[in-house]
Design a protein around this ligand. Structure first.
Ligand code: FES
Ligand code: MG
Length: 576
């Protein structure tokens, strides 16, 4: 590979020529207080910071960006902080997923339109990882992903609390009348105690693990707790390394290969990944021109043992424990024979070299392959007359009695309808019923919200039931659990067969056969199909209008069709 030189830097096209435009660029840098030697002939690094006061998971990014810039300066680069859309999971309605692609577009265009030679991407809260990575993959300049790191483990009255998972669990206990107001307030104050992402193996930790396994984070970065001083040191290290990557011209297309995506998917399965990872992995792979399908993921799900004993799929531990047990390097060391260790990474070395010396410090947290949490089952892909293009379920996270199940459907057309019925203690429902929520997919939600862990009806909660078979075209939080079939494609809002299901129809889940069917005759289905009427579009204007025109279905990653790599010729470099 030829090394970059000061004259071949991308930023030199802005700053070097002796013409009026470049005079303007240089004079405006001087307006900021910089001399020419600060920014000329040096890699200019954009530090894309998804900080916002409403993104609680990224609360430390204001400080960390200084550490990143310190590292950039030390290595002879010039760092500029650039704010990027902070897609926060906690407050964004109807769902952060509506805005993942907006962040991806912003990232791509911000890089393309500015004098940047490389970028450090600062993200972590669920959608920010795929959003930043998708955009940077399309932009094509060298990039390092700096994960926010998980928050500290939760604590209330000496009991450990896990993000999301314990909120759901204690909410059910509260609905059953087992928890007082004071206890509930105590849990509220103790479940999120520091900056950082959710500290279960939810979507955030799954996606940062995927970013590291893809080769886009420095080794070990993905599990460092957000408030650990090691996180500051890692931030500075990202700054130092990205400058070298620019000189080495280590562009993302050399990292995001089919081998890297194989590694990322394998690691996702071994961590007991969030089901959201499926959508994001496919979307990221397609940006890199790698054809990854649901079937590839199902094949890995069948054969990859779950070895990260981290909740919700694992039993006891949280991300802090995972980090102290050796973190992702230690986990990948267990999988070394199954990984493609020749895959290039941001270190400039293949993955295998980054794993040298990695050790497990607690074999109950990071299990050996000989003693997994589950032998398989992080993820299964179903097909059938309810989901011809696929649906996903997390077998390891549900009661095994649902692995084969037949029961009558109880169908809800909207979230408010479902919510009202579920809390009605006179609702006619048995534990064998199959709860169905539709119109909750990419178009219908809109944005495919995390509604897929439908609440258990109050009447059944009081009788002690905590799991039921549930089906939707929604997603669910990575911190959720239960017998939830998700991502039904095509979605009901655009006339997928889920739209034809009626309350009382018998639904059959056959996990071993990877089937999900409604036991309704084809003639009857045809009658219902003919009678079906498409609902009104959700949006008449604005971003949502563009979203609904261009978003792809879950099995394709929910990217916008026009952002996919094969849609057309890329814009190329700006003509200056
Ligand atoms: Fe930000 Fe969970 S809310 S990672
Ligand atoms: Mg989440």
């Amino acid at each position: 590979m030829t090394r970059k030189t000061p004259t071949t830097l991308r930023s030199a096209r802005w700053f070097a020529p002796d013409d009026l435009r470049s005079f303007g660029h240089r004079s405006r840098m001087m307006q900021l207080g910089y001399a020419e030697e600060d920014f000329r002939d040096r890699p200019v690094i954009g530090v894309l910071n998804t900080w916002s006061e409403l993104n609680t998971c990224h609360a430390h990014f204001r400080d960390r960006v200084q550490d990143v810039k310190r590292g950039i300066l030390q290595a002879g680069g010039f760092g500029v902080e650039m704010p990027a859309l902070s897609v926060d999971e906690s407050f964004t309605k109807p769902t952060s997923m509506l805005y993942r692609n907006m962040l991806a577009m912003e990232t791509e265009e911000m890089i393309r339109s500015h004098p940047l030679d490389g970028v450090v991407l600062m993200g972590g809260c669920d959608k920010t990882t795929p959003g930043l990575v998708m955009g940077a993959l399309s932009a094509g300049v060298p990039m390092i992903y700096l994960p926010a790191g998980p928050m500290l483990r939760g604590n209330y009255a000496g009991k450990t609390l896990g993000s999301g998972s314990d909120a759901w669990k204690y909410w059910d206990e509260r609905r059953a009348g087992n928890i007082s107001d004071a206890e509930w307030r105590g849990i509220q104050g103790g479940i999120a105690r520091s900056a950082g992402t959710c500290m279960t193996m939810g979507t955030a930790s799954t996606m940062t693990a995927i970013a590291e396994a893809l080769g886009f984070s420095l080794p070990g970065a993905s599990s460092i707790p957000a408030v650990d001083s090691g996180h500051q040191r890692m931030s500075a290290e990202c700054g130092r390394r990205i400058v070298e990557m620019v000189w080495e011209d280590l562009t993302p297309n050399r990292i995001a290969t089919p081998a890297a995506f194989h590694n990322a998917a394998l690691v996702a399965m071994a961590t007991g990944c969030s089901t959201n990872a499926v959508v994001h992995l496919i979307a990221m792979a397609r940006r890199a021109g790698v054809a990854m399908t649901l079937d590839d993921l199902d094949a890995l799900g069948r054969t990859t043992p779950l070895i990260a004993n981290v909740r919700p799929a694992g039993k006891d531990y949280l991300m802090e424990d995972f980090h102290y047990a050796g973190g992702l390097r230690a986990l990948m060391k267990q999988l070394e024979d199954r990984l493609d260790c020749t895959a290039m990474t941001v270190t400039g070395r293949p993955l295998g070299e980054n794993l040298i010396g990695a050790e497990v410090h607690n074999a109950d947290v990071i299990r050996p392959l000989s003693n997994p949490v589950y032998h398989e089952g992080s993820l299964a892909v179903l097909r059938g007359n309810l989901c011809p293009d696929g649906a996903v379920i997390k077998p390891a996270a549900c009661d095994p009695k649902f692995h084969f199940h037949e029961g009558p459907a109880l169908v809800f057309d909207s979230y408010p309808d479902m919510k009202a019925a579920i809390d009605d203690e006179t609702l006619d429902v048995t534990p064998d019923h199959v709860l169905v929520l539709r119109n909750a997919g990419p178009q219908g939600g809109p944005g495919m919200p995390e509604w897929g862990m439908l609440p258990i009806p109050k009447a059944l909660i009081k009788q002690g039931y905590r799991d039921m078979l549930r089906i939707s075209d929604a997603r669910m939080s990575g911190t959720s659990y239960g017998a939830c079939v998700l991502h039904v494609a095509p979605e009901s809002y655009i006339g997928g067969p889920l739209a034809l299901l009626r309350t009382g129809d018998i639904v059959r889940l056959d996990l071993a056969g990877r089937r999900l069917d409604m036991l309704v005759g084809e003639d009857e289905l045809q009658r219902r199909r003919t009678a079906w009427q498409a609902p009104e579009p959700r949006f008449q204007r604005g971003y949502g209008y563009m979203f609904s025109r261009h978003v792809t279905q879950a099995d394709k990653g929910c990217d916008f069709d026009f952002l996919q790599t094969d849609f057309g010729t890329a814009a190329g470099e700006p003509d200056i």
